[in-house]
Design a protein around this ligand. Sequence first.
Ligand code: PBG
Length: 326
Amino acid sequence: MYLQRRNRILRQTPAIRAMVSENNLLESDFIAPLFIEEGKNKKTEINSMQGYYRYSIDNTIKEVKELWSLGIKSVLIFVKSADELKDNTGKEAWNPNGLMQRSIKAIKDAVPEIVVMTDIALDPYSSYGHDGIVENGEIVNDKTVDALIKMSISHADAGADFLAPSDMMDGRIGAIRNALEQENYTRIGIMSYSAKYASCFYGPFRNALDSAPGFGDKKTYQMNYANRLEAIKETQMDIEEGADIVMIKPAMAYLDIIREIKNAVSVPVSAYHVSGEYAMIKAAAEKGWIDEEKAIIESLTSIKRAGADLIATYFAKDAIKIMNEL
Ligand code: PBG
């Protein structure tokens, strides 16, 4: 055989493969989600997310210091709110002394350089477990946006660097941006969950925060997973309204959407490798059916190859440890 081109030349050795690798994971690609609960010296494993924990604020600080020392630049924080604090207005969400607000302050005091991103949505504070205010069985848009504004400003007051609205109400990015301007918060970013699908892959997360919807589902606000154009529309609107970073969620079943959006917009694109995606790898690895380390790196690399500039993932720490061994 006489071939003009032998493609296997570029795959011969680890050195050559590394030289021509098109996508390489970096520590700074990762956003580490953190779950926080009340108490002291608490570390509670999440049933549905083996190897992932909710920490009290003191232990959260230790975790954040470790993440920073590993090269992770940002954390995305979620808190577990007590049942007695939940109601239909979600007002605990903007309590200046709430667990979220105290957590933001504590993290910024301990590691001022780390970028603190906060989830903006009412579900952990809603007695209905919905992302918005409920009236006659409906999740009402505009009143919810008013609540999200209060929540956003209280996170800004506490010292958050980026707000991450995950609720999918209409008009919330513009409303939050306006409110930030009015309060003279000109350095706070918005990472919008711009294309967030109504997905079964959020199940383990809802278990972590005890935030599953009490009735119905989230299909009147989160997107239908059959849709592609709608993702581009939602994302473009969020950018026009003032989003600095946009996000696609979940990640692995939506790699096509990540690529479409990456091609369509000129702001950084992030993807959320969600709880169900984490749980599937963990469960298969526990059974010995999959090599956990390889599955982690292959999954995250595929998300980056699809076009994600940033990846929110529960594997952030594991990935860096594996990357350092390779
Ligand atoms: C809250 C929120 C959810 C997730 C992030 N923010 C749950 C939901 O929308 O029901 C899911 C994250 C994950 O599954 O890892 N609105």
